[in-house]
Design a protein around this ligand. Structure first.
Ligand SMILES: NC(=O)c1ccc[n+]([C@@H]2O[C@H](COP(=O)([O-])OP(=O)(O)OC[C@H]3O[C@@H](n4cnc5c(N)ncnc54)[C@H](OP(=O)(O)O)[C@@H]3O)[C@@H](O)[C@H]2O)c1
Length: 317
């Protein structure tokens, strides 16, 4: 039995469950099955993206559970993201309508700009446009121009809220100084090896919720990586509370002020990841988890964009 899962308030009065189901690389029926299982297990927060190619599977599961009377539409919070090739202002509404069509829904709860940098557009399905040298072809659309169109989507009722992902503090500050509607979230990579203390503090000062992607550091059991997920000290913390190492890591992310988005397509892990709200870590546990923070901890480096003016990872936070 899972204990009650708390909700976090967003700056526009909406609220969100303090953990969400990640769906990247969940495809081919797995995503629909995972979403159905997650809803039955109590998840009411799903993280999706146009880029993941699985909005239709998530939508099918959500619509099935609505038809069965298990949930009402307003009880589930669905996030999806504007991909990099849709940043030109004239493509933003089209992109959002396309995602809605994929889901089979008439509104999204939260629409995020997936990355601050942009790609050339060569068709809706060409999400990674390559040049003749095989390199991703980037553009320099100003994310403020994209944001103005995101604001219109709220006015049109296509999404309840808007936000960003992978924005650094300077990009967020510039957005905050130039927006009509504030972003409610910044979704960023966060786990013990990249604990994002400074960016979390900056977001908190500005009343922006941080969602933590790659919360488990995309584990590779064959290499026993990342270290924090295969560590004896983390195991010992788990033994103390009767929890797994993954649960200890997710609980740590909640306690440092983020909403983690663990992805799983395995029913037992979907439940395990959700079951982290009946215990609390102490200061010593936090010290152990802090010790994994490292300047090399980032998993999603987006190196194809490293020379773009909107690349977010060239400054400290
Ligand atoms: N905004 C962005 O740019 C961005 C970037 C990356 C990710 N995301 C979002 O964040 C979500 C999470 O990130 P991620 O999928 O990259 O990485 P992750 O959640 O850190 O890791 C997912 C991997 O962990 C395994 N796993 C899940 N629960 C586990 C457990 N309890 N014990 C051991 N292994 C476990 C999963 O395996 P099984 O599925 O086989 O159980 C899967 O292989 C994504 O799915 C996506 O929604 C957003």
């Amino acid at each position: 039995m899972t204990s009650k899962v708390p909700f976090v308030k967003n700056n526009n009065g909406t609220q969100i469950q303090s953990i969400g189901l990640g769906t990247f690389k969940s495809l081919g029926g797995d995503c629909e099955r995972a979403t159905l299982h997650a809803i039955d297990a109590g998840y009411r927060h799903l993280d999706c993206a146009y880029f993941y190619g699985n909005e239709a599977e998530v939508g099918a599961a959500v619509n099935k559970k609505i038809a069965e009377g298990v949930i009402k539409r307003e009880e589930i919070f669905i996030t999806t993201k504007l991909w990099c090739h849709f940043h030109e202002p004239e493509r933003v509404e089209h992109a959002c309508r396309k995602s809605l069509e994929n889901f089979g829904l008439d509104y999204i709860d939260l629409y995020l700009i997936h990355f601050p940098y942009s790609y050339v557009y060569r068709g809706d399905n060409e999400t990674i446009p390559l040049n003749e040298k095989g390199e991703v072809e980037l553009t320099e659309v100003d994310y403020l121009d994209t944001w103005r169109e995101m604001e219109k989507l709220v006015e049109l009722g296509l999404t309840k809220s808007i936000g960003v992902s992978n924005f650094n503090s300077e990009q967020l500050a510039r957005l905050l100084a130039n927006c009509k509607i504030k972003p409610i979230h910044n979704q960023i990579e966060c786990h013990p090896a990249l604990n994002q203390r400074k960016l979390i503090a900056f977001c908190r000062q500005n009343d922006i919720v941080v969602c933590a992607f790659c919360p488990l550091g995309r584990p590779d059991p064959s290499k026993k990586k990342p270290d924090f997920l295969f560590d004896d000290k983390v195991q010992a913390i788990g033994d103390k509370y009767g929890k797994t190492r993954a649960q200890i890591v997710l609980r740590y992310l909640v306690e440092i002020g983020t909403v983690p988005l663990p992805k799983s397509s395995t029913p037992q892990r979907i439940e395990e990841n959700f079951n982290i709200f009946d215990f609390q870590l102490d200061d010593e546990d936090h010290k152990v988890l802090e010790s994994f923070n490292s300047p090399d901890g980032r998993v999603v480096r987006a190196l194809q964009a490293v020379n773009n003016i909107n690349y977010p990872f060239n400054i400290e936070f």
